[in-house]
Write a protein that binds this ligand. Structure first.
Ligand code: C5P
Length: 224
C-alpha cells in the first residue's frame, strides 16, 4: 500500500501536535498524540497517589488503566479517554505538565505505552507525535520529522493554548516548565528525546502554522 508512518518528535511546544493533527487530517490518516498518553497515566497516578518509585504500585496501577482515542465531532479532533472518561482538557492543566516528565522516565510506563502505540501503527496511515517515535516506537517510519523552535516562541504558543482552555499562566512559569521538561526528557535513561539520525529537522521559530504543515507534506513527496 502507499500509506506510510510519519513520526514527529521534538521539544515541548514546538508545534508538533497541531502540525501532526493538520497533516493527518489532510491525508486522511489517523493522528496519535503520545504526549496525551503519558499525561493520562500521570493524571491516574496523581489521582490514585501512586508512588512512582514503587515498582509494585506502578505495575498494579498500569493494569487498571485503559486508554482510548475517540473522534469528537464538535471539535473535529480526537480526544483521549481514561477508563471511559474524556480527560482531553484535564491533562493540559499546568499541574499535570509539572508531573508528566517524571512519570515518563519510568521504564514500565514507557513499555506499557510503546506497546499500545506500535499496535496503532500496524495498518500504517498514521501520524504520531512525541519524543521517541522515530527512535523507539517506529524506527522504520518512512518519514521522520524533528521539530525545534526557540524557547520564547514555544512559551508564547503554550500560553495561548492554555488561555484557550481558560488557564491564565505567567510566561515565566511556562518557560520554567518547558526547560525542566526538556532537560528531564533528553537526559533520562529510558528512550531519551533525541533526533533520529534519519529525521529531518524543521525549525518552526519563524514559520507560520500553515508553512509548518506544508513543509511536512512536501517532505512526503520527496524520496526519503
Ligand atoms: O507532547 P507533550 O508536551 O504533551 O508531552 C508531555 C510529556 O510527556 C513530555 O514532556 C514527555 O515527558 C512525555 N512524553 C514522552 N514520550 C513521548 C511523548 C511524551 O516521554 N513519546
Amino acid at each position: 500500500s502507499n500509506t506510510i508512518i510519519i513520526a514527529i518528535d521534538g521539544y515541548s511546544g514546538c508545534g508538533k501536535s497541531s502540525t501532526a493533527k493538520a497533516v493527518a487530517s489532510r491525508l486522511g490518516y489517523a493522528y496519535i498524540d503520545t504526549g496525551a498518553m503519558y499525561r493520562a497515566v500521570t493524571l491516574y497516578f496523581y489521582r490514585h497517589k501512586v508512588d512512582h518509585l514503587s515498582k509494585g504500585q506502578v505495575r498494579k496501577a498500569l493494569t487498571s488503566i485503559l486508554l482510548e482515542f475517540k473522534f469528537d465531532e464538535a471539535t473535529k479532533s480526537s480526544h483521549i479517554y481514561l477508563n471511559g472518561e474524556n480527560i482531553e482538557s484535564l491533562i493540559r492543566q499546568m499541574h499535570i505538565s509539572e508531573r508528566v516528565s517524571q512519570v515518563s522516565t519510568i521504564a514500565e510506563v514507557r513499555h506499557f505505552l510503546v506497546a499500545q502505540q506500535r499496535l496503532m501503527g500496524t495498518k500504517k496511515g498514521i501520524v504520531m507525535d512525541g519524543r521517541d517515535i522515530g527512535t523507539v516506537v517506529f524506527p522504520q517510519a518512512e518519514l521522520k520529522v524533528f521539530m525545534t523552535a526557540q524557547v520564547p516562541v514555544r512559551a508564547l504558543r503554550r500560553q495561548k493554548e492554555l488561555e484557550g482552555l481558560g488557564q491564565q499562566v505567567k510566561l515565566s512559569e511556562i518557560i520554567n516548565n518547558l526547560e525542566k521538561r526538556d532537560l528531564i526528557d533528553s537526559t533520562r535513561q529510558e528512550s531519551p528525546l533525541r533526533k533520529a539520525e534519519d529525521a529531518i529537522e524543521i525549525d518552526t521559530t519563524d514559520l507560520e502554522f500553515e508553512e509548518q504543515v506544508k513543509k511536512v507534506l512536501e517532505l512526503m513527496k520527496e524520496p526519503q
